[in-house]
Write a protein that binds this ligand. Sequence first.
Ligand code: DQA
Length: 144
Amino acid sequence: TNILVIHGPNLNLLGMREPEIYGHESLQDINRELSRLANKVHAGVVFFQSNAESLLVDRIQQAMTDGTDFIIINPAAYTHTSVAMRDALAAVRIPFIEVHLSNIFSRETFRHHSYFSDMAVGVISGLGSKGYELALEYALMIRR
Ligand code: DQA
């Protein structure tokens, strides 16, 4: 099983960025824990973070041919804007879970809509970094 974890814009600043909302862990901390969990069961996990919408689209497209079985994605601010990333996920037809560190429904109204949720296997929002771990656990549970 090969799992791709995609982190959208500004998530490179995790730990320093509004820690009261997004927590004190860095992106490296989160990725390290996900690697540890995947390694335990001999699954593969790779990570990609970008602040650029086009690079995120390119990476999703690449997943069509690189053996990716499942995607865990936090599109960050692009959650609320990106038809292009939505279309890329629709094109590659790889199942995905949408993760948000914060509960987007308890925040500003503009965060309540996601371009991804209706296509996702499931959505986890508000559980902090634990959300990524639970998404990974699910992906590993249904693995082929
Ligand atoms: C986020 C929520 C988004 O609204 C925001 O733009 C982010 C992070 C989250 O993980 O809580 O950058 O996706």
